[in-house]
Structures are given as structure tokens and as C-alpha cells.
Design a protein around this ligand. Structure first.
Ligand SMILES: Cc1ncc(COP(=O)(O)O)c(C=O)c1O
Length: 408
């Protein structure tokens, strides 16, 4: 008989059948402080000093007040306008995003949860890729959705564009429901993809979204700062005269973009993320979240982080420099690896990945074994930090794998 404290015992009354069939999504997040954390693709040095100062300046009596969100959507709009304008150069001013097109969430995880809650009904289909970020599938399952996950193409994890296109558009090729075929309810693309780094050009994503008006097309751009592949600047920098030159989402009412301050700006612990899309979609997703899901510290931190783009740019540049250096070491040592976009890469150790992961942990370095994941079983995902941190990682890895002469 199950013990009264067994959390897996069937409760009475039972939860929804979809929930009874789920396992809690848990990640190995304990005991990480003080170690070199290359296991969750976080910023490895912390946020801008301006963020720290802004949090310290919050008067204690403000802790007692429910959070206020005024100005945060506008700050996100300003940051995105700035990004699009930098890319447009002399070509003119980008189309304005409106504050109603910005959804605020307790991390992008909460945005993902909410969008499935708002859009996914039992029997609906999620179309995505494999392997990809691990939280999409449980969110689909908790809604009772079916999952179609199309594998990346070996040997270099290329995006399976033709396969995704035909699964999205169906036998008629137009994405319209027929008596025998129903379009996927949600297409979720992680770009660049975590963990393979696979990049898909923004233009391809916009074409897919335009061709599939019955499907909510969600682009998880958590790592776009490392590639610059976002769909937002091309949407915002439309030639004057096009309908979408005034509203970036006018032609794509089924597109939603996810952005976070967790990875580049260093706010993972504060939990703040954004869903950017047509006001009607943002409104539906916001309907299924609580009124104060984002706390006051996250709001203050986000505002300060959004105002200090130079800090994020500097961090991204350092990570890319560290990546180039590490790639040089991997190549010279003949280690099988794969990297494309994002602040992470895959490495295939000669010894068993879980054993190497454990030995690195003993050396004070955390990485993530990809054991059990389709196509990348046997690899380690290593997050990229500063040049100095990658030097520490490489020295430890080379020693464990008995590789010749690591250059520190
Ligand atoms: C692809 C992807 N999406 C979303 C998230 C969650 O982001 P957040 O910390 O903003 O909830 C992660 C975090 O690892 C991720 O890799």
C-alpha cells in the first residue's frame, strides 16, 4: 500500500486524467551555487551593475505593495524598436509595436504554459522538432494534446524544413482543415534550437506562419541575441506602403514570439519573460495567468536591464569570443562537437557522458548530459561563459578525457 506521504500515490479525488499521466517537470537545480554553472545556458557572470543598483534602491515599504507594471511594456517596445532600428540603418524608422502587443510573464516558461493553456484543447496537435526544449511536451500533454516532433536532419542537425512544411500544411498544401486532416493547433519552433543550436532564417519562419493561418506559430527566441535571427526586425522594417508597415503583425495574426531576460541579461532567478504578438493573441494568453504573477523585483530589474543594452551586447560578444576559442581547442584535440547558435554547444566524450558529467561536477563544473534525448544521446551540452570560464572547463575536460596538452 502507498504510504500517506507518497506524492505519486493516486489522490482522492484524482486530478484530471492528463495530469495523472504526467510526471512533474523537474530539472537538477539544487546545490549549484559556488560551482561553475555550464548546465542551464544561464548568463555566467550576473546582471548589469545598474540592475543591482535598481533592486537595492527599492524601498522596503514597496515590498508590501502588489506589483505595478506601468511602463514595462513600453520599455520592451522601446528596446525592440531600438533593435530593429539598428538593423534597418538608414532605411527608415521601424513600424511601431504597441504595448498591447507585449505580454509579461513569470519567465518564458510561464508564457509557454499559458499559451498551451489558452490554445491547446484535448486531441489538438502540437507540431515541433526533436530534440528541442524540454518544457513544450509536458505543456502539450497537460492539455491532452498529441505531439508530432520532427527530428532534425543528421549529420549536422539541419532544420527539417520540408517535413515541417508538409506536416503544417497537410495534403492540400494550404494548411486548411479537410474532412480527413486537421492542421496542428500550435507550431513551436525554438530558434536557435536548444540544444542543437540549429538556426532557421527568419524569412523561412515568416513564410511558414503566412502559409498556415489556422495554426498558432510560436517562435521561442530565447537565444536570438547570439545569432541575430529574430523574426521581429524583418516584421518591423517593412517598406512604407505595405499594410504591415504600421502594425508589424497585421499580415500575421497567428504569430507569437517569445523573448526572455534570463539568459543574456542575467535575470534567470528573478523570472521575467515576454510574449510578443498580435494584441488579440497576447490578450488570450494573458487571460489564463494570475493578475500579479510577476513580482516587483523582476519588474524593476527588467526595466534597468532593458535600459542597459550595452551590458548585454558586451556579454554576448564575450561569449562568442569564448566560443571561438573553445572551438579551436576542440578541433585541435579532435573532439566530436556541434555548435551553431546559442550560448551552448554539444560535445561527445569518449567516456560515457554521465560519467564525464559526474567527474566534471567533482571538479566544480556543471554541464548537462543529453542521455536519452533523440539524436544526441551520448553527448554533453556545455553552456558557454567567459573566455576564462571556458579555459577552466577545457582544462578539466581535457584532463578527464586524457586529451593532450590543454591550452589554458
Ligand atoms: C528554449 C528555451 N525556452 C524557454 C526557456 C525558459 O526561459 P525562462 O527562464 O525565461 O523561463 C529556456 C530555458 O532554458 C529555454 O532554453
Amino acid at each position: 500500500m502507498a504510504s500517506p506521504s507518497d506524492p505519486h500515490a493516486m489522490p482522492f479525488p484524482p486530478a484530471r486524467p492528463e495530469v495523472e499521466g504526467l510526471q512533474a517537470y523537474s530539472a537538477p537545480l539544487e546545490g549549484r551555487r559556488g560551482l561553475l554553472r555550464l548546465d542551464f545556458n544561464e548568463n555566467t557572470v550576473g546582471p548589469s551593475p545598474k540592475v543591482v543598483a535598481a533592486i537595492r534602491a527599492i524601498p522596503a515599504d514597496h515590498y508590501a505593495i502588489y506589483p505595478e507594471y506601468d511602463g514595462l511594456r513600453e520599455a520592451v517596445v522601446a528596446a525592440l524598436q531600438g533593435e530593429a532600428a539598428r538593423l534597418a540603418g538608414a532605411a527608415g524608422a521601424p513600424a511601431a509595436l504597441q504595448p498591447e502587443q507585449i505580454g509579461l510573464f513569470n519567465g518564458v516558461d510561464a508564457a509557454i504554459h499559458a499559451l498551451f493553456h489558452a490554445y491547446g484543447a484535448p486531441g489538438d496537435r502540437l507540431l515541433t522538432t526533436a530534440p528541442t526544449f524540454g518544457y513544450y511536451a509536458p505543456c502539450a500533454r497537460m492539455q491532452g494534446m498529441a505531439i508530432e516532433a520532427i527530428p532534425y536532419r543528421l549529420p549536422d542537425f539541419a532544420f527539417p524544413l520540408e517535413e515541417v512544411r508538409s506536416a503544417l500544411l497537410g495534403p492540400g498544401g494550404d494548411g486548411r482543415p479537410t474532412s480527413t486532416w486537421t492542421p496542428p493547433r500550435i507550431l513551436l519552433l525554438c530558434n536557435p534550437n536548444n540544444p542543437t543550436g540549429t538556426r532557421l532564417a527568419a524569412g523561412r519562419i515568416l513564410e511558414l506562419a503566412a502559409a498556415a493561418p489556422h495554426t498558432l506559430v510560436v517562435v521561442d527566441e530565447l537565444y536570438e541575441a547570439f545569432t541575430g535571427d529574430s523574426v521581429l526586425p524583418p516584421l518591423m522594417n517593412r517598406p512604407a506602403g505595405e499594410a504591415s508597415a504600421t502594425d508589424p503583425f497585421a499580415a500575421l495574426p497567428n504569430l507569437l514570439v517569445l523573448r526572455s531576460l534570463a539568459k543574456t541579461a542575467g535575470l534567470a532567478g528573478l523570472r521575467i519573460g515576454f510574449a510578443i504578438g498580435p494584441a488579440a493573441v497576447v490578450d488570450r494568453i494573458s487571460r489564463v495567468t494570475g493578475p500579479y504573477d510577476i513580482n516587483s523585483f523582476a519588474v524593476t530589474a527588467a526595466q534597468a536591464a532593458l535600459e542597459d543594452q550595452a551590458y548585454v551586447d558586451g556579454y554576448v560578444a564575450e561569449v562568442l569570443r569564448a566560443r571561438d576559442w573553445l572551438l579551436g581547442q576542440l578541433r585541435a584535440a579532435g573532439v566530436r562537437h556541434h555548435t551553431e547558435g546559442g550560448n551552448y554547444l554539444l560535445i561527445w566524450p569518449q567516456a560515457e557522458a554521465v560519467a564525464v558529467e559526474a567527474r566534471l561536477r567533482q571538479a566544480g563544473i556543471l554541464v548537462r548530459s543529453m542521455a536519452g534525448k533523440p539524436l544526441i544521446d551520448g553527448s554533453l551540452r556545455v553552456s558557454l561563459g567567459t573566455r576564462e570560464q571556458m579555459g577552466r572547463f577545457w582544462a578539466a575536460y581535457a584532463a578527464i578525457e586524457a586529451l593532450s596538452a590543454p591550452a589554458g
